[in-house]
Design a protein around this ligand. Structure first.
Ligand SMILES: [Zn+2]
Length: 306
């Protein structure tokens, strides 16, 4: 690769897109953010993705750089081998051949990836898991999803749906989950679930951040709700460790911003649940909300080596 080579990277979420020009060594040369406006429907969103990517490639050329590939990370079920966004609740995609559409429009080799797996890939290679070979990245936000990364490669699964740790059953008969089953981890311990649980008990609206702050201030109800979520997360992570036997679990997403308030009790609860399994190191993500975009860049670079 030449020193002027860059990849165009996009991390598409339900509300916004994080975009960057990234050098092969991981250095970020330029960033942009654009609204997704998912309510306009999938065709309009695809048009915006392609227009933004084209704009970034044009910006690179205007700056004397050479765009060599495009990486796009999107939420939902992604068939990475075929480059198809199979299904996404928050962006509305149903079987969108996004990779082929982008290649046709930009004339660049394109990689399509899953947003959480892309974020996990970046954390494992460049972030909090960079010294370890076996990493589980768990993003806790509106929902809960994970990426299992081994030797810098993300496990995708036979159907593009590996890592759905938010839907392991931790509380049979518990709160109903968006997937239709009661008691999933995500229905108990996601940021959304924590806010809803507190609001239902206290009778006032609250976010997970509110609950964290009130728990830290010693409010008993908030402390109870927080503890319930931590216990459920520990159950979920213990299942993850039984399956994957990783060295490090990296916690990302909005809830991880609670820092020690989450990590300290979660570490203790996970420790209690370990029998013969080796306890993983539990750390906060290091790359913040740029992880997905960096991961999209890594996917684009990897696709060039194949
Ligand atoms: Zn579920």
């Amino acid at each position: 690769m030449s020193p002027a080579d860059v990849v165009v990277a996009l991390d598409v979420g339900g509300t916004g897109m994080k975009c960057a020009l990234v050098r092969p060594d991981g250095a970020v040369l330029h960033t942009e953010r654009h609204p997704t406006d998912a309510g306009r429907g999938p065709e309009a969103v695809v048009d915006t993705i392609l227009a933004v990517a084209e704009g970034l490639a044009g910006k690179a050329r205007a700056d004397g750089l050479a765009p060599v590939a495009l990486g796009v990370a999107v939420p939902g079920v992604i068939d990475e081998a075929r480059g198809v966004a199979v299904w996404s609740a928050n962006v509305g995609f149903r079987d969108v051949p996004l990779r082929d559409l982008a290649q046709a429009r930009l004339g660049l080799p394109t990689a399509l990836g899953h947003d959480v797996r892309a974020g996990g890939l970046a954390e494992a290679r460049l972030g909090a898991g960079r010294d370890d070979r076996h990493v589980l990245f768990v993003a806790i936000g509106t929902g809960i999803a994970a990426a299992h990364v081994v030797d810098g490669v993300t496990v995708v699964g036979a159907h593009g749906a590996a890592g759905e740790i938010g839907h392991v059953l931790v509380r049979p008969g518990g709160p109903s989950c968006g997937c239709g089953r009661p008691g999933c981890l995500e229905a108990v311990a996601s940021a959304g679930a924590i806010g809803r649980r507190y609001a239902a008990l206290a009778g006032v609206p609250a976010t997970a951040a509110d609950v964290a702050a009130r728990a830290a201030a010693g409010e008993p109800l908030a402390a109870d709700v927080w503890r319930e979520a931590v216990e459920a997360l520990a159950d979920g992570l213990a299942i993850g460790q039984a399956l994957f036997d990783v060295e490090t679990v990296v916690l990302g997403g909005g809830l991880a911003q609670a820092g020690a308030l989450l990590l300290d009790p979660l570490r203790a609860a996970l420790h209690e649940r370990m029998t013969f399994h080796r306890e993983p190191r539990l750390v906060a993500a290091a790359l913040g909300d740029e992880a997905g975009c960096l991961g999209a860049a890594l996917l684009a670079l990897d696709s060039l080596e194949k």
